[in-house]
Design a protein around this ligand. Structure first.
Ligand SMILES: Cc1cc2nc3c(=O)[nH]c(=O)nc-3n(C[C@H](O)[C@H](O)[C@H](O)COP(=O)(O)OP(=O)(O)OC[C@H]3O[C@@H](n4cnc5c(N)ncnc54)[C@H](O)[C@@H]3O)c2cc1C
Length: 368
């Protein structure tokens, strides 16, 4: 392989996946440029749980203190009935070789992205660069952006999300899959949950079809409220009245209904993922994060998988003799676990389930 500083690396997409890849590459001594279509890098949506394998990468990249400052540790997760009776209380499972790492660090997605972006000098982030085509020439590729700029790269990392252009151009034309649900997301102050929120436990209130998540963001003094309800409208950002949701939570605890009624602004999205993609890479272009394996939020693994993709991709680059060899190894290592979580994430939670973490069975059966 060329020396690290001579490998030309372009990342398309500046979300959690692209930013993680840029941080990991810079930490390892590579030069990298990030091209993002938007005019500013920002993240919306909900709180998420960063799991120990992801936190280990923040530590490796020198960002442990920064990520700890904007997260707090959660040891338990609870499933409750619609009326608020606790049905299941579980510790987060250890996903590393350290059995004591049974926790998640809760964070808002925006704070996760900011922590990563702040570690990348701004001259390497190119906003308003929407990739419109990529042409492969042997062992390098040429990217053309809508603003007329063209760049050549020995490695293109496509972290351009669920509707990835690169995936469509090179690896799969299959369209994202709609699952018949709408997700409503909002933040409230932590004293506005009528005592139903906790300091550090993710609580999921469920009946047989509706899920209401209350995820505490202690360091922000806020709670992330995430409600998923069945709905037939597949529009990505559906223009539906909030009564559509309120009508479906009428049997839930009256205080949950009050929390939802009090919220004026909801981020509403139709829930999509993609079917597992069987090829992610060729010799100089690869997919990463949601572009490779967009999954529903039910197992809380989408951002975690993107961060871990970045960490492992860079480890493969450091060990391999060529970019092509590194990409082959990266894909071989990442596909099984990402496909597992894509499939498991298609199960919505309900008031009958026996574990929140069906992956435990897989990890116990096939220890690595
Ligand atoms: C409400 C919600 C809750 C979630 N909860 C969890 C959780 O608890 N745990 C967890 O791990 N994950 C969770 N996830 C999933 C997680 O947030 C995503 O999997 C993760 O953010 C994906 O990051 P990404 O960078 O791969 O994709 P994205 O965040 O989609 O970023 C893609 C970027 O590429 C840019 N882009 C797209 N096309 C182009 C183009 N042609 N040219 C240039 N730029 C382009 C976009 O503008 C965007 O900035 C949740 C997601 C949501 C929505």
């Amino acid at each position: 392989m060329k020396s690290k500083s001579d490998v030309r690396i372009a990342i398309t997409g500046g979300g959690i996946g692209g930013a993680s890849a840029a941080v990991a590459l810079r930490h390892a001594g590579f030069n990298v440029n990030v091209y993002e279509q938007a005019s500013a890098i920002k993240e919306v949506g909900a709180g998420i749980g960063l799991r120990p394998p992801s936190i280990r990468y923040f530590k490796k990249w020198g960002l442990l203190e920064e990520i700890e400052r904007v997260t707090h540790k959660s040891v338990l997760i609870e499933i409750l009935s619609d009326k608020g009776d606790v049905l299941l209380k579980e510790q987060w499972p250890a996903l590393t070789d350290d059995p004591d790492e049974k926790w998640a660090r809760l964070i808002h997605r925006a704070d996760c992205l900011d922590t990563l972006i702040n570690a990348i000098p701004s001259e390497f982030i190119h906003l308003q660069h929407k990739c419109k085509s990529i042409v492969r020439h042997g062992d390098y590729a040429e990217i053309e952006f809508e603003n007329g700029v063209k760049v050549e790269a020995d490695l293109v990392i496509a972290a351009d999300g669920i509707r990835s252009l690169t995936r469509q151009l090179f690896f799969s034309q299959a369209a994202p899959v709609f699952h018949g649900y709408h997700a409503y997301r909002a933040l409230v102050n932590d004293d506005e949950t009528y005592g139903l929120g906790t300091e550090d436990t993710l609580r999921i209130f469920a009946d047989d079809k509706v899920n209401i998540y209350l995820l505490p963001l202690k360091y922000r003094k806020q709670v992330s409220v995430d409600i998923t309800v069945p709905h037939h409208d597949p529009t990505g950002r559906p223009n539906v009245p909030k009564e559509d949701m309120l009508n479906q939570i009428k049997n839930f605890h009256p205080d949950l209904q009050k929390i939802a009624e009090n919220i004026d602004y909801w981020d509403i999205r139709a829930l999509y993922d993609i079917d597992p993609v069987h090829q992610w890479s060729n010799n100089c272009i690869t997919l990463l994060g949601d572009a490779a394996h967009s999954m529903l939020h039910n197992q809380g693994q989408g951002a975690n998988m993107a961060i871990q993709d970045a960490g492992i991709l860079v480890e493969c680059l450091l060990e391999a003799d060529s970019v092509a060899e590194a990409l082959e190894k990266y894909e071989t290592l990442r596909k099984p676990v990402c496909h597992l979580f894509q499939n498991l994430s298609r199960q919505f939670h309900n008031d009958k389930e026996e574990t929140f973490f069906p992956e435990k069975e897989f990890f116990e059966k096939t220890p690595e």
